[in-house]
Write a protein that binds this ligand. Structure first.
Ligand code: ATP
Length: 319
């Protein structure tokens, strides 16, 4: 394998840059040429590809976003679009591609692999919604960003004796809400994976207020629904003033945590090794301290397991 290309696709996540750096530097270390594809599959279709050297990934390990930029490509979802993408692969004589992205990007990678391109996926998404791996790149940073926001909102919430709903990202997955809820000592965590009983949430609020609690934090995963609507219902039931903060894209940015940088570095290096070992259509992941790899289809169809034990623990500790 002489030429290995890397792209970032779908939603950006802090740590993608560290993964790109690891792919480029490992490729060069093992004696192959490294290429960067701009704007994910969109750039692959348009031939936005260039050789990368050691210095082209200097000074990016600590930066959020992705130097290669990312995109969502409707065209790549079509057979004709993927044919065009193959034209770029053939013209630049690319021997293998590393795709950094979420489940959608992995589906695209699988389709490209079916056309005969050796491909390895690296999970890069803040949502943590790929179940074959314990963590995706960007999740830890997003959790820490939300935690910082919780601390700040808690200060103002205490001063006014209000309840606060903090709406967090994660699409259909409640992991950001679950982890930030436990780590941030939230009174209630509302996630799509668990039945949501508004009466229980309100009961906790009233109970807390009656024993002199100054603040109440409710973490709401975006996959459940609208924070503003939920706040209205809580106010109606309890009479407690309830404010809403929708954190939005702030969760996608920022310098990646040490955990995400290390995870990205390990995964990037392993992805290159797998290509050099002749492996194809695999996805790297993490289990404990070990970097693992599974087939792309296993990675995509990993199910929607939810950590109920952790959810129950958060419930017990927020009595
Ligand atoms: P995130 O989880 O952060 O949203 P993602 O990788 O899941 O990231 P998507 O927008 O779902 O983001 O997918 C990224 C791109 O992958 C799409 O714009 C499309 O080009 C490609 N893709 C997604 N699903 C498919 C599919 N079934 N077939 C071919 N290509 C796909």
């Amino acid at each position: 394998m002489k030429k290995i290309a890397v792209l970032t696709s779908g939603g950006d996540a802090p740590g993608m840059n560290a993964a790109v750096r690891a792919v480029v530097r490992s490729t060069i270390y093992y004696g192959a040429k490294a290429y960067g594809i701009k704007q994910g599959y969109h750039g692959l279709i348009r031939g936005q590809i260039e050789e990368m050297d050691l210095s082209s990934v200097a000074d990016i390990i600590h930066r959020g976003g992705t130097k290669l930029q990312t995109a969502r490509s409707e065209e790549f979802m079509t057979v004709a679009g993927r044919k065009r993408a193959m034209y770029t692969v053939e013209m630049f004589e690319i021997d293998g591609i590393v795709v950094i992205g979420g489940d959608g990007s992995f589906k695209g990678a699988q389709k490209l692999a079916e056309l005969g391109v050796p491909i390895i996926g690296i999970p890069g998404t803040i949502d943590n919604d790929l179940r074959y791996t314990e963590s995706t790149i960007g999740f830890d940073t997003a959790v820490n960003t939300v935690l910082d926001a919780i601390s700040k909102i808690r200060d103002t919430s205490s001063s006014h004796g209000r309840a606060n709903i903090i709406q967090v990202m994660g699409r259909h997955c409640g992991d950001i809400a679950l982890h930030t809820g436990l780590a941030g000592g939230a009174e209630s965590i509302i996630v799509p994976e668990m039945y949501f009983d508004i009466k229980k949430v309100c009961g906790k609020l009233v109970q807390g207020k009656n024993r002199g609690k100054l603040h109440s934090i409710i973490i709401l995963a975006e996959g459940v629904g609208d924070g503003i609507e939920t706040a209205k219902r809580i106010e109606e039931i309890t009479g407690i003033e309830t404010r809403v903060t929708i954190l939005g894209h702030i969760q996608r940015g920022g310098s990646p945590t040490a955990y995400d940088r290390i995870l990205a570095s390990k995964m990037g290096a392993r992805a290159v090794q797998l290509l050099l070992e002749g492996k194809q259509a695999r996805a790297v992941g993490i289990k404990g301290l070990k970097v693992i790899d599974v087939s792309l289809s296993e990675a995509i169809n990993g199910g929607s397991w939810f950590n109920k034990e952790m959810y129950e623990l958060a419930d017990i500790l927020s009595l």
